[in-house]
Design a protein around this ligand. Structure first.
Ligand SMILES: NC(=O)c1ccc[n+]([C@@H]2O[C@H](COP(=O)([O-])OP(=O)(O)OC[C@H]3O[C@@H](n4cnc5c(N)ncnc54)[C@H](OP(=O)(O)O)[C@@H]3O)[C@@H](O)[C@H]2O)c1
Length: 268
């Protein structure tokens, strides 16, 4: 039976753009109350106003997810406003396009702090509340590259694999608790992701996208569907599952396919 989202309380991180912004809108359309988190306060306010003017309920909470105190405060504000927390969508994240050795130590730290530690801090703050409620849903937006590594984004890939492993582990740990854990594995999605990523050579930005591209609204729709019908893993582009199976059976073959079809950059 589908879970009703009416009056459910949802936190969406990375709600100022792309998949997070569309997810917040999609949850609000289902009647959920949405706490919007990201660093850009003006964008969050604009989205909250839009949702509230359309009869929904939204709260903008400017948050840098790499700061555990701010993430605690985000959850505390949500709780103060609505008294519960039903769904945490850990979506904030960014990437890079360059060879591994081109990244500085600071850049490596930042990628891990936002993509992985940001996810952990969110879960750490949300889980005690969900335990008390004996219900809740942790939804983490990883990537298809959290299932199969691709070239020139090794540290991003490592953070996305970590999110998948974290969710798998929690899923078993939380079995019987009433709390669900799901991971979303989108392929390339039309958002601001490419503009936000670390690049060493701006010309490489246009090479980032190859393979199928989906819309943020489509990914958001499947995130909401996952909240209504909890599932361990969601592949918004279904054929991507084939890649995962193929990689489990023949990783060297997938290495060769990626080497052949990923765009050649002048540094290669
Ligand atoms: N686009 C793709 O091709 C693709 C494919 C697979 C998976 N994904 C995953 O989807 C998720 C969303 O990405 P997107 O494509 O929607 O990219 P996007 O349009 O660039 O949005 C990224 C969001 O993350 C927020 N963010 C970044 N750093 C943050 C921080 N330190 N604290 C709080 N929020 C932060 C940004 O807001 P502020 O800048 O305002 O903080 C923004 O709202 C990411 O986890 C990404 O890995 C994307």
């Amino acid at each position: 039976m589908a879970v009703s989202l009416r009056d459910r309380v949802v936190i969406v991180t990375g709600a100022s753009a792309g998949i997070g912004q569309e997810s917040a809108r999609a949850f609000a359309r289902e009647g959920a109350r949405v706490a919007l988190a990201a660093r850009r306060a003006d964008r969050l306010e604009a989205l909250a106003n839009q949702i509230n003017e359309n009869g929904g309920e939204a709260l903008a909470v400017p948050t840098d997810v790499s700061d555990p105190a701010r993430v605690e405060a985000l959850v505390a504000r949500t709780l103060k406003r609505w008294g519960r927390l039903d769904i945490l969508v850990n979506n904030a994240g960014f990437g890079h396009v360059c060879r591994f050795e081109e990244l500085t130590e600071d850049e490596i730290h930042r990628l891990v702090e936002v993509n992985l530690l940001g996810t952990l801090y969110g879960i750490q703050a949300a889980l005690p509340i969900m335990r008390r409620q004996k219900s809740g849903h942790l939804i983490t937006v990883s990537s298809i590259v959290g299932k199969r590594g691709t070239p020139r984004n090794a540290v991003y890939v490592a953070t996305k694999f970590a999110q998948v492993g974290l969710t798998e582990s929690l899923r078993v740990e939380l079995a019987g608790s009433g709390i669900q854990a799901s991971v979303i594995c989108p392929v390339g999605t039309d958002t601001e992701f490419v503009e936000a990523m670390i690049v060493k050579n701006p010309a490489f930005r246009r090479h980032v996208r190859y393979g199928p591209i989906q819309s943020a609204a489509h990914v958001a729709e499947l995130i909401v569907r996952c909240a209504k019908h909890p599932r361990p893993e969601v592949y918004p582009y279904l054929p991507a599952r084939l890649l995962v199976v193929m990689n489990a059976l023949a990783p060297r073959l997938v290495d060769r396919l990626l080497a052949r079809f990923s765009p050649k950059l002048s540094v290669d």
